[in-house]
Ligand binder design. Structure first.
Ligand code: ADP
Length: 494
């Protein structure tokens, strides 16, 4: 299928292993599994792919290992050049990539194009970091010197989710290549097409065979277990849900692998009574409804101080009524479908649970063309007032466009409620008081705080959580750390 792309050869038939694509019926003729990728806006099949087996995973790991043995000796300038060429390929195909992304993930085309550019910012950033992998040198005694050198950790496995089919891939693969590692990527089975297109573009940019492998698997468990237990893999970087992250961590313990985990969030969005309400409302709209609320940094719990509660609820309600739900390829749609039926069911369950416990729906976004939308996984964004801590929306990640608004009285109270969670990825704070900014941003138990700001992701900055939201940092000058080891060398008898 060309899927309406200018360059139809970006649509691939299956996993990329050692520079070759697997295809349905292509291998040894034995019974093989396939995987159908569907458009969440229409449920139409987009592409049938070959599904990787555990044996394919072993082959991919071995090819990555062979590539690593070469690539670890590459000069920093070679890594820079490869990543810059890859970035140029991504720039040159951004429209096709965005279309593919909307087709398999559902997000509106303009957002998809934004994600391709944001994702490519990581490739460009880590190209620049590849030439800045500094170590240390010390004079230990008169006749001895200490060196601390940085080396690539080895073969890195990356397991990525469906909510950012491009950015979650580049955020792991680019620093791995910059550090001198080779990669085996397992993208989410719901959105493998963007990942395969990105790998194809890396291949065209001159990535050696085996440096960047992609495993597309209908059911992730067997391939995931191989990636987390094979001794040739030295690093696993995962973005996804907390329960799956815990499973991978326990597998990784058998060979003591380095791990980075970007897991669930339950972001608190705090509006104090001295805040600029229009700024807070605009930030909430951007933060809560991006990707139809399916991001790990989306506000889950919106805490608004009593004095400004009614004004804030009213203003958010008006904005939500102005959203338009529809197919992401239709220009007037500002909210696409959710990823699948289970996501719609969860959002509905959270709303019903909240209503049963006393919350009220004060706004609902309209549909673009209700009749045409019957076959997709659509859910109309809504605003709930009078939310309380007994409701699921206060302790479960909704991952959908439901905005529950909770009232609070004091700064101490809201800090305690925000921190009463096993999660700690991002928080948002709206106030113009420097004392409150300092106390709350330092007191919130999380990895990222947006102050008077709802969009925090930036390739130049470290992204990552605390507590059960995970460990490790992606992006910024810290992003390379997760893919390097520091080796201490003592030179004596000088
Ligand atoms: P989400 O809630 O975002 O779908 P998941 O944690 O289920 O998050 O999925 C994120 C990634 O983890 C996907 O690539 C998925 O295929 C993979 N995954 C899910 N379950 C497993 C598993 N048991 N073993 C290995 N990988 C898994």
């Amino acid at each position: 299928a060309s899927l309406g792309l200018e360059d139809a050869s970006l649509v691939k038939p299956g996993s990329l292993i050692a520079g070759r694509y697997a295809c349905v019926g292509g291998a040894d003729g034995s019974a093989e599994e396939t995987l159908v990728v569907r458009n969440p806006a229409t449920s139409a099949a987009l592409q049938t792919l070959h599904s990787a087996s555990r044996r394919d995973a072993v082959r991919a790991i071995e090819s990555a290992h062979a590539a690593f043995l070469q690539w670890r000796h590459s000069a920093p300038s070679e890594r820079y050049d490869l990543l810059q060429r890859w970035a140029a390929q991504i720039d040159g195909h951004e429209k096709d990539l965005a279309r593919l992304l909307t087709l398999e993930n559902g997000k509106p085309y303009a957002e998809a194009l934004g994600e391709i550019r944001y994702g490519n910012a990581y490739v460009k950033w880590f190209a620049e970091e590849a030439v800045r992998m500094y170590g240390d040198h010390t004079m230990n005694t008169r006749d001895s010197r200490g060196l601390v050198i940085r080396q690539p950790v080895g073969v890195a496995a990356a397991i990525t989710p469906w909510n950012f089919p491009c950015a979650m891939v580049t955020r792991k693969v680019a620093p791995a290549i910059a550090a001198g590692c080779a990669v085996v990527l397992k993208p989410a089975e719901l959105t493998p097409l963007t990942a395969l297109a990105l790998a194809e573009l890396a291949k065209r940019a001159g990535a050696p065979d085996g440096l960047f492998n992609v495993l597309v698997a209908a059911s992730p468990k067997a391939v995931g277990e191989e990636l987390c237990t094979n001794p040739l893999v030295r690093k696993v970087s995962f973005t996804g849900s907390t329960p799956v992250g815990k499973q991978l961590l326990s597998w990784c313990s058998s060979t003591v692998k380095r791990t980075s985990m970007e897991l669930g969030g339950l972001a608190a969005f705090i509006v104090m009574d001295d805040a600029c309400i229009d700024t807070a409302v605009a930030a909430l709209m951007q933060n809560k409804f991006r990707n139809a609320g399916q991001t790990c940094v989306c506000a889950n719990r919106i805490y608004v101080q009593q004095g400004v509660y009614d004004e804030f609820v009213h203003k958010v309600a008006e904005k939500v009524k102005a959203l338009v739900v529809g197919d992401g390829l239709v220009e007037t749609s500002s909210i696409g479908p959710l990823i699948n039926a289970a996501a719609v069911a969860k959002a509905n369950d959270h709303v019903r649970d909240a209503e049963a416990k006393g919350a009220k729906i004060v706004a609902r976004a309209p549909f673009n063309a209700p009749a045409e939308l019957a076959s997709g996984h659509f859910f109309a964004p809504c605003v709930l007032r009078d939310a309380t801590d007994e409701m699921k929306v206060s302790f479960e990640e909704t991952f959908g466009p439901v905005a529950p608004i909770f009232a609070f009285r004091t700064e101490e109270e809201v800090l305690a409620r925000a921190n009463a969670s096993p999660f700690g990825l991002s928080s948002y704070l709206f106030t113009r008081d420097i004392g409150r900014i300092t106390r709350l941003s330092e007191g919130l138990e999380c990895g990222i705080v947006g102050v008077n700001q709802g969009a925090i992701s930036d390739a130049r900055m470290p992204f990552g959580g605390v507590k059960e939201s995970g460990m490790g940092k992606e992006g910024g000058r810290y992003g390379l750390e997760d893919y390097t080891i520091r080796k201490y060398i003592l030179i004596g008898a000088l």
